[in-house]
Design a protein around this ligand. Structure first.
Ligand code: HEM
Length: 418
């Protein structure tokens, strides 16, 4: 039987979405008593949905494309044209395999090791300054670690510039107007640089194209017809590897904040409890409003719960609302890493980086990297460096994406742990 699709109270939800950020879809869904409803964004009709079943509809079965679904303001700062996210079907799976092939355990361990080394070499400078503002320091450390890991040569000045550009893409993707335009202009420089990197790698000796180094693997990747990727596309994919590593810093901010708010975990990790690092990192990913929702456009019409999804219909899947859905998570607002002890890995319920099987859907290939970097940061924050939060504004504005404490999280009284 056909079902009526509930409608949000606003005629157009653009302003409410900008004001309420990651909480918008869930608040309306709660209000309407539903997991799927319709509204308009910038006057365009859109269906919003959340929950594990919605995740399966949105990610499974090749029902959706990302093409024509994201506004240019977001698309040009994040995945961009020609990237894996814009592909569908067999072409998508082929390109996706290139990314998943870079995520082997040894390789990720190497990346985490580079991050720890960067962190340790920065600590004396933080001590001299008497403090560190994590939101400013982390992009620098993470970019440098990612560049060494990927096999991209950068000197110090270049690393500083590129890290700033990547962080600007991350914090301005969700904004409209001049800040977004400036970040898009700056991105042209990042792209020109990434194209040079690809060109240099391709011009180098074949031995330098060691597939063990991610940048070389991208430079040498061939499509299903055996052709090298166009230089601009390889450059976009290189940026799509480096920028999200920088973005993990926003989860690390919230890991540090959680250690401050829940000092019992800090004490436990100071002396071991390695088996709880993963549950802790999962709970950070579940609770941090980062990538609030993903947009798709229906490829093949279908019906779900009596609701017709016509070809071309525009749909928003609520990531954060699924990760905090009251029917899926006991006491969803509570920070409780214990809930992930013995976690079954349900691919449709914990979805901060997308849902489903990584090889067959648009689910993020970088989840293992994200988890291992958060875990490494927690180790460093509990076993390497002693710190305290001086008085500061810890308010998190829900409309600011990715979420960030107002003062960027300042750590002071820095001393190496004994
Ligand atoms: C896809 C979030 C880290 C590379 C995605 C998607 C989400 C996401 C929600 C799915 C988009 C969709 O459904 O269309 C995040 C968050 C991260 C993160 C919150 C934390 C910082 C990473 C890392 C990498 C990465 C570390 C690589 C090193 C990608 C790529 C895709 C993707 C290439 C596109 C996959 C596809 O279309 O098949 N990410 N990600 N991400 N992510 Fe991540």
């Amino acid at each position: 039987a056909r079902a009526a699709l509930p409608r949000a109270p606003e005629f157009d939800a653009t302003l409410a979405l900008l004001r309420e950020g990651a909480g918008y879809i869930s608040a309306r869904a709660d209000h309407l008593g539903t997991d799927v409803f319709r509204t308009r964004l910038a006057l365009r009709p859109v269906i919003c949905m959340r929950g594990a079943e919605a995740a399966e509809i949105f990610y499974g079965g090749d029902r959706f494309t990302r093409r024509g679904a994201m506004p240019a303001s977001i698309r040009h700062l994040l995945q961009d044209d020609g990237s894996v996210q814009g592909l569908d079907g067999a072409a998508h799976r082929h390109r996706k395999a290139m990314f998943t092939g870079l995520m082997l355990e040894d390789s990720i361990r190497r990346l985490a090791g580079h991050f720890a080394a960067e962190w340790r070499s920065a600590v004396p400078g933080w001590q001299t300054a008497g403090r560190v503002v994590l939101v400013r320091a982390l992009p620098q450390l993470l970019f440098r670690a990612a560049a060494v890991w990927a096999g991209v040569p950068v000197d110090d000045a270049e690393a500083t510039r590129r890290a700033d550009e990547m962080e600007a893409m991350i914090v301005n993707a969700g904004r409209l107007g001049p800040a977004n335009w400036r970040a898009r202009l700056r991105r042209h420089q990042t792209e020109a640089w990434a194209r040079r990197v690809i060109r240099d790698l391709r011009a180098g000796a074949a031995a330098e194209l060691s597939p063990a180094l991610p940048a070389a693997a991208i430079a040498a990747h061939r499509d299903e017809a055996g052709r090298l990727l166009p230089e601009a596309v390889a450059a976009v994919e290189l940026i799509n590897l480096l920028r999200p590593v920088v973005a993990v810093g926003h989860f690390i901010l919230f890991a540090a904040l959680a250690l401050h708010h829940h000092p019992e975990w800090r004490t436990r990790f100071a002396t071991g409890a390695d088996e709880d690092l993963e549950p802790f990192a999962q709970e950070i990913r579940r609770t941090t409003p980062f990538f609030p929702a993903v947009a798709g456009r229906v490829l093949t019409p279908f019906t779900w719960r009596g609701i017709d999804f016509a070809a071309d219909a525009w749909v928003l899947f609520d990531i954060h609302g699924t990760d905090t859905h009251p029917a899926l998570w006991a006491d969803p607002a509570a920070f409780r890493p214990e809930r992930f002890r013995g976690w079954d890995g349900d691919p449709w319920r914990l979805v901060p980086q997308g849902a489903g099987l990584v090889g067959a859907t648009h689910r993020c290939p970088g989840e293992r990297i994200t988890l291992e970097l958060i875990k490494e940061a927690v180790r460093l924050l509990c076993r390497d460096l002693d710190w305290r939060l001086p008085p500061q504004d810890l308010t998190v504005d829900p409309a600011r994406l990715p979420a960030c404490p107002a003062d960027g999280l300042v750590l002071a009284d820095l001393r190496p742990c004994r």
